[in-house]
Design a protein around this ligand. Structure first.
Ligand code: FMN
Length: 321
C-alpha cells in the first residue's frame, strides 16, 4: 500500500509597518489569495517602535526624523508578537520609505535581535511609498544580507498621479492627513485602489510557488509587473541621498532629535531644501534630457539592475489576474 505522505502546512510571515493603514491594506490584498487554501498559513507581525511616530506629522517632527532615517539609526522596538523559534517558509517584508531610506521602524526591526528570524529565509520585499524607493531598497538589501536572509523578489506600489503632482499631494497628506484630490488638478494622495486590489496577483503567484513544493529560489514575481524603475530617478535619488547624508551627519553631530541647537540648524536646512527643490530639480530635468543620448546604455543597465530580482516584465500578468 502506497504510504500517504502528508504535506506540512507552509507558513508565511508578513512583517509590516504602516501609519495610515494603506501599506497593511495593500499587503492584505496581496496575501488574500493565499488565505483561501488550508495548506498555507499567513502570520502577521507588526514592526512596532517603542515610541510611536505621529500622524499627521507636524512639519518639524517630519523633517527631524531625516538624519536618523538616512543614517539608519535604529529606534528602540517592541518585540514581535511571534516566538523567536517559529518556523516560516517565506517572509514578506512590507515596508515604506522615509527620506530615501527604509522607514525607521523597519530599520529598527532589521537591526534588532528579532531579525534573527530572517536567517536563511527567502524574503520578498513589498514597498508602498510615494515613488522614490530605489536607494531605500539598496539599503534594505544590505540589511537583509547582514541578517543572512535571501531576497528573492521585490514588488513596489507607488502613489497615483504625475510625480510633480505627488510632490504636492503626498506631503499634504502626511502633514495634514487630507487625502482627497483638489482643484481639479491634483489626484487623491496615496496608491490607486486598483493597484492595491491588483496586488492580489502577487499573492496568487506566491501561493502557486509554495504549493509547487519546490524550494523558493528564483523570483516568483517575474513577469508580473512587480516593479518599474523610472530612469529619471536614478541620478536624482543619488544626488538627494548624498545631500541628506551630509546634512544628516552635521545635524547628528550637533545634537539628538530633542536638541534646540539641532532644531535651529534644521530650520536653515528647511530653507536650503526648498531652495534646492525650486532650483536643482528643474535644472537636473534639463541636464538629464541633454545627457540622455550619451548615458543611455549605462542608464539602461542600471535600471535593469535596480529592477532585479523580479523585473518590470508583464508577460505573466494574465495568468494571475
Ligand atoms: C518621514 C517620511 C518620509 C518619507 N519619505 C519618502 C521618500 O523618500 N520616498 C517616497 O517614495 N515616499 C516617502 N514617504 C512616503 C511613505 O513612503 C508612505 O508612502 C507614506 O508615509 C504613507 O504610508 P502609510 O500609508 O503606509 O502609513 C515618506 C513618508 C514619511 C512619513
Amino acid at each position: 500500500m502506497a504510504a500517504q505522505v502528508k504535506r506540512r502546512k507552509k507558513r508565511v510571515l508578513v512583517l509590516h509597518y504602516s501609519q495610515t493603514g494603506q501599506l497593511t491594506r495593500a499587503a492584505r490584498s496581496m496575501m488574500r489569495p493565499l488565505g483561501e487554501g488550508a495548506d498555507i498559513e499567513v502570520v502577521w507581525a507588526e514592526m512596532t517602535p517603542a515610541r510611536p511616530y505621529p500622524f499627521p506629522w507636524p512639519f518639524f517632527a517630519f523633517l527631524n526624523v531625516f538624519p536618523e532615517s538616512v543614517h539608519m539609526v535604529p529606534p528602540p522596538m517592541r518585540p514581535l508578537n511571534i516566538g523567536a523559534d517559529e518556523r516560516f517558509d517565506l517572509v514578506i517584508l512590507a515596508y515604506q520609505v522615509w527620506f530615501l531610506s527604509p522607514a525607521l521602524p523597519v530599520t529598527g526591526f532589521l537591526k534588532s535581535g528579532g531579525a534573527r528570524i530572517l536567517k536563511g529565509k527567502p524574503v520578498i520585499t513589498f514597498i508602498v511609498c510615494r515613488n522614490m524607493w530605489l536607494t531605500a531598497q539598496e539599503k534594505v538589501k544590505g540589511l537583509l544580507s547582514r541578517c543572512g536572509a535571501r531576497l528573492i523578489d521585490n514588488a513596489a506600489l507607488v502613489d497615483q498621479g504625475h510625480p510633480l503632482a505627488t510632490f504636492v499631494t503626498t506631503p499634504r497628506w502626511l502633514w495634514t492627513g487630507r487625502k482627497n484630490g483638489f482643484w481639479g488638478v491634483f489626484p487623491p494622495a496615496g496608491v490607486r485602489e486598483a493597484d492595491i486590489n491588483g496586488a492580489a496577483r502577487f499573492g496568487r503567484a506566491i501561493g502557486a510557488a509554495l504549493r509547487s513544493g519546490k524550494p523558493l529560489k528564483a523570483p516568483v514575481l517575474a513577469g508580473l509587473g512587480a516593479v518599474k524603475v523610472n530612469p529619471g530617478y536614478v541620478a536624482s535619488e543619488r544626488i538627494a541621498h548624498r545631500s541628506f547624508y551630509l546634512w544628516g551627519k552635521l545635524l547628528r553631530a550637533i545634537g539628538g532629535p530633542d536638541s534646540t541647537a539641532r532644531k535651529a540648524v534644521l530650520a536653515v536646512y528647511a530653507v536650503f531644501l526648498v531652495t534646492m527643490i525650486i532650483t536643482v530639480v528643474p535644472a537636473s530635468l534639463v541636464a538629464r534630457a541633454l545627457l540622455r543620448p550619451i548615458l543611455k546604455k549605462r542608464l539602461d543597465d542600471e535600471v535593469r539592475r535596480l529592477e532585479e530580482p523580479s523585473g518590470s516584465g508583464t508577460e505573466r500578468v494574465s495568468e494571475f489576474v
